[in-house]
Design a protein around this ligand. Structure first.
Ligand code: DGJ
Length: 736
């Protein structure tokens, strides 16, 4: 088993193929953290904890005169609150007597094969060839009778440990949970960089890296969505860590709502990291006997830099996260109508776009926003999920059938969580929105947010959307969400429970997706939140792919896709070729380069095919053909970032390598043309150094070793020009 309890040492040992995690039940039954890192055998590491008398670090009552035992100093698995430890805490409870205190001691544990279950929440699941074992540890506060269950599942071959927490109120009284962190890790003597992925609408997931200083640093979202501004994925790493070397610890939160990741470097150079639901606006009432389940954190460790860490996340997110059967199928090449028509279309125009895209290698036509209710602009119609027959005279079925006759699949855009004030739904049910009586409602993109904490609202959405899905041959859905939440107040719950609404909204959303997405396994669902405003593992449990950004500018996408790739596999990143000048930036980039960048993801088009020259359509056809031919390599291979586009202003490059190292695709875009520039060489990665490779279009062969250590000369490209190298390993006995 990958989880063991060593009775005589009182240690829990979690082993994956390449990493070890150890904890210990200390004297007086506190749970201390001992180690997380490179795999070591089952050796006892208790000696790492060296008790000392530390001034102003108090001692629990039961230790008597022993001033060397302090929870303010010892590394812990789940830190107490209001008792002994002044660092950031894993929990904050307001007990029935009004006290704010939690001091948990180990009372029990359980080890079993398989994965724990978190009610109502998405989590990783074991796939066929995985060995997964679980450890649950009970920590009880004897005074308040609050019990916390720490859950750990170990994916042995995947080198992944997941964590979650459950809180039980076993007292007679009502208590309030104001903070609950799903994972806490204390690193003894440590000096890390904190890496996080920040940005804004149309410029998501830019990498930020900073040394951890004394005090607390944090990233998070209080927008009701994981957000464009910060992603629920962070890395702690050595100062010298780079793509290839150094210790890196990844933390990914499987949740689509408010989150917070806090890092504290304490007075003794120890680093504590915590990840969980954002405590801002969070207060969960637990009556006697009630339970709260906090979402999952996915931990990964690499001793070989960021590339290896990304591979661990890519593999586990590809194979153990998404419930849709589409996750393993070849995704269709999409043409999406948004940038082609915005709200201005009728069915003739749509059919024309579809028809003219057939010979571009497109498989699926997606009708974006504007097809329903009174939706001629973004100020009306949301909530009225009935086709607008003034625009679509044939109705959805008629339109889908026509498109199917062209040999294309038909897909549709929806935004089920929102409502326009100018809609029949709002006129009938104004109280179905998150608004506070007596306060004017804040609008975002003119729209309001439906109260998904209400079951009646969720059930209405499920009914309406399922009716749409059944009304025509719809094979793809783009599920959008275009504003963040404000006035988080539900019209149907008592004041003491209003602090639950942010979280209950997300539970409602998961419930809706369980009943729409998981009940339509044949439909391919793509997530979207104004592009990448909810690009998180919670969403990827339902959607195998997500629209990465509303910014389709190929040069900006180099950065957006670079940051996204740290945690998320190529199979999840939707990326389209759009027109030039680009609608977001006004920049012009060759069609070839736009194709190369869009192929660094789930490839498609976002343009008006009726306005394209035949030569350009031919280029697109070749791009689709090339992408489909190399689909497995691109989407299922190992991904290497060859450059950092934030550092290297001259060119951006990346590489896909098949798992068996038999083929690879290297792509490069020249981002800054210097006159009379020095000769640059591009070094590849991830190849078999003992093998020889043939590069398409090149007469000679190269050893993997030469390609990785010496490299190939980058040709003299023009600004924004690109190049791709397709490499094939020369099999023994065969001549390349
Ligand atoms: C935001 C999305 O990201 C766009 O692609 C488009 O679907 C619009 N919403 C439609 O309103």
């Amino acid at each position: 088993m990958s989880v063991r309890y060593v009775e005589d040492k009182k240690t829990f040992i979690l082993q994956t193929n390449h990493c070890t995690y150890q904890m210990k039940i200390s004297d007086y039954d506190y749970l201390l953290h001992l180690y997380y890192g490179e795999r070591i055998d089952d050796e006892d590491l208790s000696y790492l904890i060296q008790p000392q008398d530390r001034g102003f670090s108090p001692n629990p009552n039961e230790v008597g005169n022993d001033r060397t035992f302090s929870l303010d100093v010892f590394p812990q698995e789940f830190s107490s609150d209001g008792c002994c430890d002044y660092r950031i805490s894993s929990i904050e409870v307001k007990n029935g007597d009004g006290s704010y205190a939690f001091l948990g001691k180990v009372t029990d544990y359980k080890i079993y094969p398989g994965k724990y279950h978190l009610e109502g929440l998405p989590t990783l699941f074991p796939s066929e060839n995985d060995t997964v074992d679980t450890l649950e540890i009970w920590l009880k506060d004897v005074s308040s009778k609050v019990t916390v269950i720490l859950c750990y599942s170990v994916f042995e071959e995947k080198d992944i440990i997941t964590r979650a927490v459950k809180v039980l109120n076993e007292s007679e009284n009502t208590m309030y949970l104001n903070r609950i962190m799903s994972a806490t890790i204390d690193f003894m003597e440590s000096d890390f960089d904190f890496v996080h992925f920040d940005g804004r609408h149309t410029m998501e997931r830019n990498l930020t890296r900073e040394p951890i200083a004394y005090g607390v640093q944090s990233v998070g979202s209080a927008r009701g969505a994981s957000s464009h501004q910060h992603n629920p994925f962070v890395i702690l790493c050595d100062h010298n860590a780079n793509e290839d070397v150094g210790n890196c610890y990844g933390f990914s939160f499987v949740y689509s709502g408010n989150f917070r990741c806090e890092v504290e470097k304490d007075q003794f150079d120890q680093t504590r990291i915590q990840f969980g639901i954002n405590p801002k606006g969070f207060s969960y009432q637990l009556k006697s006997g009630e339970k709260f389940t906090a979402p999952e954190v996915v931990l990964a460790y690499s001793s070989q830099g960021f590339s290896k860490l990304s591979h661990l996340y890519h593999d586990v997110f590809r194979e153990n996260l998404c419930r849709s059967p589409w996750v393993n199928k070849m995704r269709p090449v999409v043409i999406n109508s948004w940038e082609a028509t915005y709200f201005d279309f009728d069915d003739e125009k749509l059919l024309d776009i579809a028809k003219k895209s057939v010979d571009m290698g497109v498989d699926l036509f997606v009708l974006d926003d504007g097809w329903f209710g009174k939706r001629d602009s973004d100020s009306s119609g949301l909530g009225d999920w009935k086709v607008n027959t003034k625009k679509i005279k044939r109705g959805l079925k008629g339109l889908a059938d026509e498109i199917n006759k062209m040999g294309l699949k038909f897909g549709l855009w929806i935004e089920p969580e929102m409502v326009s004030e100018d809609s029949d739904l709002y006129r009938t049910h104004p109280d179905w929105c998150l608004t506070i009586p007596g306060r004017a409602a804040t609008r975002g993109r003119y729209q309001l947010v439906l109260d998904l904490s209400r079951k009646d609202v969720c059930d209405y959405i499920i009914r309406e959307i399922n009716q749409v899905l059944e009304s025509a041959n719809i094979e793809y859905i783009k599920w959008d969400m275009n504003r963040n939440i404000t006035e988080v107040w539900s019209h149907v719950v008592e004041p003491e429970k209003q602090g639950e609404i942010y979280h209950r909204y997300i539970l409602g959303l998961y419930y809706i997706m369980d009943h729409i997405i998981l009940e339509h396994p044949n439909i391919l669902f793509g997530g979207c939140a104004g592009g990448g405003g909810r690009f998180d593992p919670g969403m990827l449990y339902y959607h195998p792919q997500i629209w990465c950004s509303d910014n389709t500018d190929a040069v900006n996408r180099l950065m957006i896709q670079y940051g996204t790739s740290f945690a998320y596999p190529i199979s999840t990143i939707e990326s389209h070729v759009s027109v030039c000048p680009n609608h977001q930036t006004g920049r012009s980039v060759s069609l070839e380069t736009r194709g190369v960048v869009a192929m660094d993801g789930i490839f498609g088009f976002e343009l008006d095919s009726t306005k394209m020259a035949e030569e350009d359509k031919e280029i697109c056809r070749k791009q689709s053909e090339f992408y489909k031919k190399h689909y497995d390599l691109i989407v299922k291979g190992d991904y290497y970032r060859l450059t950092d586009p934030f550092e290297n202003k001259e060119y951006a490059a990346w590489q896909h390598v098949s798992k068996d190292q038999k083929e690879a695709l290297v792509s490069l875009v020249l981002t800054e043309k210097e006159p009379n520039a020095p000769q640059r060489y591009l070094r590849f990665k991830g190849l078999d150094s003992t093998a020889f490779y043939h590069i398409a279009g090149d007469d000679r062969t190269y050893s993997g070793k030469v390609l990785m250590t010496v490299g190939v000369p980058i040709p003299n490209l023009a600004q924004y020009e690109s190049i791709q190298y397709y490499l094939k390993k020369i099999e023994e006995g065969k001549n390349g």
